[in-house]
Design a protein around this ligand. Structure first.
Ligand code: ZN
Length: 134
């Protein structure tokens, strides 16, 4: 496998609209707002250059973003970094063969119709890494 680029940086926020204001003040535009029910989040993307900032607002107090914010003292923060791959199924097979622990054994639905999968943070020094195929 080969990671192609930083696809996006995932940032947990308590409010998408409030969270977007600072980025919009820098000339970025919030687009592609979508609710991903499976992950209990509302997602919005702010394209910058050839990558994006992904803002994540929880839609459920038991969801992973709500729990991340709770652990972070009630504030948001960088929740994950996503790398673009051209074939996520092949990428997951290559990582499994290399003994890398995965959260997702098979790709799942991501915002904007991407196929995504997460690598376990114990393999990455505590950083949650998402693979994304678009
Ligand atoms: Zn993401």
């Amino acid at each position: 496998m080969k990671a192609l680029k930083v696809d996006h940086i995932g940032i947990a926020v308590t409010s998408l609209e409030e969270g977007a204001k600072m980025y919009e003040a820098m000339g970025m535009k919030l687009a592609g707002v979508e609710e991903v029910a499976e992950q209990k989040v509302k997602v919005g993307f702010l394209p910058i250059g050839d990558t994006e900032v992904e803002l994540l607002e929880s839609t459920d107090p038991e969801g992973p973003i709500a729990k991340f914010i709770e652990k972070n003292g009630g504030r948001g923060g960088i929740q994950h970094i996503a790398f673009r791959v051209d074939d996520i199924a092949k990428a997951l097979e290559a990582l499994k063969a290399a003994g890398v622990p995965l959260i997702d054994q098979v790709p799942r639905y991501g915002a904007g119709g991407a196929k995504i999968a997460f690598i376990h943070p114990k393999a990455t020094g505590g950083v949650l890494i998402e693979l994304s195929e678009r």
